[in-house]
Design a protein around this ligand. Structure first.
Ligand SMILES: *Cc1c(COP(=O)(O)O)cnc(C)c1O
Length: 412
């Protein structure tokens, strides 16, 4: 059906811009449409004046939300067991938004010593410049966290499992301490991803949770290694509004194509997470039996630091098998020099060198652990650490890759 143009013009450009045709309503397909906008149009001045951007009842400007971003926010809130969600252009942007929204000069933020490295760097560099101080606490000692909370403490970051070394903290005790002391707790939930445990309901009876869950959607929700995005999920309208105002004033938004990529990958996320988990545990156990290896770090393996806490929080998922992400680290015995460990990483063929995780490709990164930590780490073996992210390749192929690289680097 052809229709007349709105514009009373013969000019082809005007007619193309103001073309009146609208496709019929009622189109239904598995994947929702992508809505892209900076400008949002209003039918009249009254509507322009009346619309409210702080809730999701309407649309005002692309940065304030589109059907595509609202839809993704609602699905991430469901995944996390929260009620409100904001999207940020990266996981790190989600982390920094929380800090900028909640902290002012004179405040203090506490971070676990095994926190995501760039979160520590944010505190050490940027926040310090603005008169916001920080302390690192021992992730394995809730009493250390409790002792460091002062009247200036406004925010406590939590992470389970910790980055790179994957210690699993007593998250319940940590969350309870924050709640009792009236300090806002923010969990970096990238590892658990909303699947291994429920960040807002740690006991399963609705009585205890964190206040904020930040998730690098870059990892499992995207699943492709090709999207950067983060989310900030809450269960408290006032806290959400505070975060949303800062998020808005900082001008943070995400691209519609990126949001669509995450919407597309979300339905397979739990299946992928489980597949990564099963393969990772098999490879971690196998690595633990190899001669050059002094310690394997994976919270689901007995003996790994914090394993009982993982068991208590994540152990009942998957019919008692528990749930864990696709990461493990290995400490090579200190008698092997860094050159050998580097040679091992270089000899790997399927495990590629690269940061991030959560995609189909297996990755490996050697880390300089002593440079990353402030607190003592008596629970970690002495030696050189390598972190593995297990992708979706065949697990026997991955095991063979590890075996050939061990042979080449440590064989003689
Ligand atoms: C990757 C990651 C982030 C940051 O996500 P980006 O999108 O890369 O900025 C934050 N926390 C953890 C635990 C991560 O693994």
């Amino acid at each position: 059906m052809s229709q007349q143009n709105n514009a009373p013009s013969q000019d082809i450009t005007t007619r193309l811009i103001h073309h009146a045709y609208e496709p019929p309503a009622g189109f239904a397909a598995p994947q929702p449409a992508i809505h892209k906008a900076s400008t949002v149009l209003f039918p009249d001045v009254a509507a322009l004046r009346a619309r409210e951007w702080k809730d999701k009842t309407s649309y005002t400007y692309g940065l304030h939300g589109t059907p595509t971003t609202y839809r993704l926010e609602e699905r991430i809130a469901t995944l996390e067991g929260g009620q409100q969600c904001l999207l940020a252009p990266s996981g790190l942007a989600a982390i920094s938004t929380v800090a900028l929204a909640l902290l002012k000069s004179g405040d203090e933020v506490l971070l676990p010593d095994n926190a995501y490295g760039p979160n520590k760097a944010l505190a050490e560099a940027e926040l310090a410049h603005w008169g916001i101080t920080h302390q690192m606490f021992d992730p394995l000692d809730p009493l250390d966290l409790a002792a460091r909370i002062s009247p200036r403490t406004r925010l406590v970051w939590l992470e389970a499992a910790g980055s790179v070394t994957l210690e699993f903290p007593d998250l319940l005790a940590q969350a309870r301490i924050c709640r009792e002391r009236g300090v806002t707790s923010a969990l970096d939930n990238t590892w658990g991803a909303g699947l291994a445990f429920a960040p807002f309901d740690l006991k399963g009876d609705g009585s205890l949770g964190v206040d904020i869950s930040v998730h690098a959607l870059t990892k499992y929700p995207s699943g492709g290694g090709d999207v950067l995005m983060g989310s900030i999920t809450t269960r408290d309208e006032r806290l959400h509004l505070k975060l949303k105002l800062a998020h808005m004033r900082l001008g943070l938004g995400v691209g519609a194509n990126d949001a669509e990529a995450v919407l597309r990958a979300l339905p397979s996320m739990a299946l992928r997470y489980r597949a990564h988990d099963v393969a990772t545990r098999e490879l971690a156990r196998w690595m633990g039996r190899q001669a050059p290896v002094a310690q394997v770090l994976h919270p689901a393996l007995p003996g790994s630091p914090g394993h009982p806490h993982w068991q208590a929080l994540c152990g009942s998922a998957n019919g008692g098998a528990g749930a864990a992400a696709g990461l493990f680290s290995v400490v090579f015995d200190a008698r092997h020099g860094q050159e050998r460990v580097d040679a091992f990483c270089d000899a790997l063929r399927l495990f590629r060198l690269g940061y991030s995780w959560g995609g189909p490709i297996s990755l490996v990164v050697p880390y300089d652990l002593p440079a990353m930590r402030e607190c003592a780490t008596p629970h970690l073996a002495d030696g050189h650490l390598v972190r593995f992210c297990v992708g979706l390749e065949d697990v026997q192929d991955l095991r063979a890759d590890l075996e050939q690289a061990l042979g080449r680097a440590f064989g003689n």
